[in-house]
Ligand binder design. Structure first.
Ligand code: G
Ligand code: G
Ligand code: MN
Ligand code: NA
Length: 255
C-alpha cells in the first residue's frame, strides 16, 4: 500500500513531528501544559491525520520507532520552553503512548533512555494512556506505570469515561490526572453529560487527581467547567495544536 511505504519513508526521514495544543488552568488562566499531537504533511499525500497513520504505524510495527522519535522531539522542544525566571512554572509536555506500543515495548525503559538523552527533567513529562492499555495485561501495565511514576513522570488517563473504564483502576494505579473525554464536554448542555462531567470532577477531587476537560470549544463550556471545579481545560476555544515554533507565543500570551 502506498501510504504504508510513504509512512515508512517519513519515519526514516523524521518528517512526522509533534504540534502542541495548550492546556490552561481554569482557575487562573496559566499555561499548565502542552499536549504533543503528531502531524504529518506528505509531499504526495498531503496532510494525513494521526487517526489514519497511527493505526498503520501500529499494524506495521513502525510505531516503536515513531513513538520514540516523537517523544524525543517533544522533550527537546519542551526544554526550549523553560525560561529562567519562570523556573518550574514552565509548561509540562504531555505525550500520548499508543496502547499497542505500550503492550509491545518496554515503555519505561524507552522513556528513561529519552529523558537521559535529552536531559528533560522527568517532572516536566506527562505520559497519556487510555484505559485500553490496562485491558490486555493489567499487571504488566500497572508495573510499567509504577516504574514511570517512580521516575517522576506523571501519568494521565486519556479519554476518561469512554472505553472499558473500571473504577478499580483508579485506586490501584499511580495516576495523576484524569482527562474528561471531549464527547462529555460537547454534550454538556444536556443534563446527563453535565452530571457525568460533574461526577468525574468530584471523583478526581476525592482521589486527589487533577482533572482536565478536553474539547472545550465554547465560553459557556469553559464557565460551566470552572464553576464545577474542573482545574484545567484544553480545546479549540483556547487553541488548536500549533507548530513547535509557535509555542513561545502561547507562553508569552498566557498570564
Ligand atoms: O490530533 P488529532 O485530534 O487529529 O489526533 C487524533 C488521534 O490521534 C487522537 O486519538 C490522538 O490521541 C492520536 N494521536 C495524536 N498524536 C499522537 C501521538 O503522537 N501518539 C499517539 N499514540 N497517538 C496520537
Ligand atoms: O485522543 P486524544 O484526546 O489524544 O485526542 C486529541 C484530539 O482531539 C486531537 O486530534 C485534537 O486535534 C482534537 N481536539 C483538540 N481540541 C479539540 C476540540 O476543542 N474539539 C474537538 N472536536 N477536537 C479537539
Ligand atoms: Mn491525548
Ligand atoms: Na482524549
Amino acid at each position: 500500500l502506498i501510504i504504508t511505504e510513504r509512512l515508512k519513508a517519513a519515519v526514516a526521514r523524521e518528517e512526522i513531528v509533534p504540534f502542541y495544543q495548550p492546556q490552561y488552568s481554569l482557575v487562573d488562566g496559566g499555561l499548565v501544559g502542552c499536549e504533543a499531537l503528531a502531524r504529518w504533511a506528505d509531499a504526495e499525500l498531503g496532510f494525513v491525520g494521526p487517526d489514519i497513520f497511527i493505526p498503520i504505524a501500529e499494524q506495521t510495527g513502525l510505531v516503536t520507532v515513531l513513538g520514540e522519535q516523537l517523544l524525543k522531539r517533544a522533550c527537546l522542544d519542551a526544554l526550549t520552553w523553560s525560561t529562567p525566571d519562570r523556573g518550574l512554572g514552565c509548561p509540562m509536555v504531555c505525550v500520548n503512548i499508543s496502547p499497542i506500543q505500550f503492550e509491545r515495548d518496554d515503555i519505561a525503559k524507552m522513556v528513561r533512555r529519552v529523558l537521559d538523552d535529552t536531559g528533560l527533567p522527568a517532572a516536566r513529562l506527562e505520559i497519556e494512556v487510555t484505559e485500553s492499555v490496562l485491558i490486555a495485561d493489567t499487571q504488566k501495565a500497572a508495573a510499567t506505570l509504577l516504574e514511570l511514576s517512580d521516575m517522576g513522570v506523571t501519568i494521565a488517563l486519556d479519554d476518561f469515561g469512554t472505553g472499558y473504564s473500571s473504577l478499580s483502576y483508579l485506586r490501584s494505579l499511580p495516576l495523576n490526572r484524569l482527562k474528561i473525554d471531549r464527547t462529555f464536554v460537547r454534550d454538556m448542555h444536556e443534563r446527563p453529560a453535565q452530571q457525568i462531567v460533574n461526577a468525574i470532577i468530584q471523583l478526581g477531587a476525592n482521589l486527589g487527581l487533577c482533572v482536565i476537560a478536553e474539547g472545550v470549544e465554547t465560553e459557556e463550556q469553559r464557565q460551566m467547567l470552572a464553576k464545577m471545579g474542573c482545574q484545567d481545560g484544553q480545546g479549540y476555544l483556547f487553541s488548536a495544536a500549533v507548530p513547535a515554533r509557535d509555542v513561545h507565543r502561547l507562553i508569552e500570551a498566557a498570564v
